[in-house]
Design a protein around this ligand. Structure first.
Ligand SMILES: *Cc1c(COP(=O)(O)O)cnc(C)c1O
Length: 232
């Protein structure tokens, strides 16, 4: 199967899962996770209709998108989804329009600092740790909530949504609980901060995106299934 066939297949599966949560498939955005993916395959994905690429390493951003001949079309965005070190923020901001992996306050402060310097705004997602086998993410709602409060004081940041990764287990119900707790976190935050509404939920990967969509995902991040035809 080609990348474009797989993309259509994924869209259909998303639409079916969306129906179960009373939504239309096109309400859900797809981040095509192109980390470690070569330029030719990225081109194929863009031809198939991909509008958002997901990358997770600063160095790879420079290598892949730093060359003028490999510039992306203006309607294609890159979202940063990986663990982000403070000293990489400056580089990352040059390439991406959104960061899904904000997981600590010192990172927020660094993003604000670099945005100020470059007169930029940045869309950010706050990552909640909902699975014990991963290290990334705020550990609990209160810590995350304080991060959101800090971000809301600064015009440089647009608080776009929340992100999580489910445990990498073969237990669908456990994954579902991860996604459900992110959705619950959104409700609590929107009650706590009245000027936050319609927060996005970035959740679901190749092996669990349908469960995530059933639980309310508005953005799924899919790499291996789209580019390799496998679920890792
Ligand atoms: C790699 C990655 C994905 C995509 O994972 P696949 O299983 O290849 O779909 C999604 N989110 C994050 C944060 C990732 O690092």
């Amino acid at each position: 199967m080609s990348i474009s066939n797989r993309y259509r297949d994924i869209q259909e599966r998303i639409a079916l899962a969306a129906k179960k949560s009373g939504r239309e498939g096109d309400a859900i955005k797809i981040v095509a996770v192109s980390k470690f993916v070569e330029w030719g395959k990225i081109q194929e994905a863009l031809q198939a209709g991909v509008k958002i690429l997901g990358e997770s390493r600063a160095q790879e951003l420079v290598q892949k998108y730093g060359k003028p001949q490999e510039a992306l079309p203006p309607d294609v965005a890159i979202h940063f989804i990986g663990n982000l070190q403070r000293n990489k923020v400056r580089t990352v901001l040059r390439y991406v329009s959104s960061i899904h992996s904000v997981d600590r306050d010192d990172l927020i402060l660094e993003i604000i600092k670099e945005c100020k310097k470059n007169e930029k705004r940045m869309s950010v997602f706050f990552e909640l740790n909902t699975a014990e086998d991963t290290k990334a993410g705020y550990r609990n709602l209160d810590d995350l909530s304080r991060g959101v409060e800090l971000a809301l004081k600064h015009d440089e940041l647009e608080v776009t949504g929340l992100m999580t990764m489910a445990a990498n287990v073969n237990d669908d119900e456990q994954k579902r609980l991860s996604f459900r707790s992110l959705a619950a976190c959104r409700e609590l935050l929107q009650r706590r901060f009245p000027n936050l509404n319609n927060l996005e939920l970035s959740m679901g990967m190749s092996n669990d995106f349908e469960i995530a969509v059933e639980e309310g995902a508005t953005i799924v991040r899919i790499g291996s299934l789209l580019f390799e035809g496998i679920q890792t």
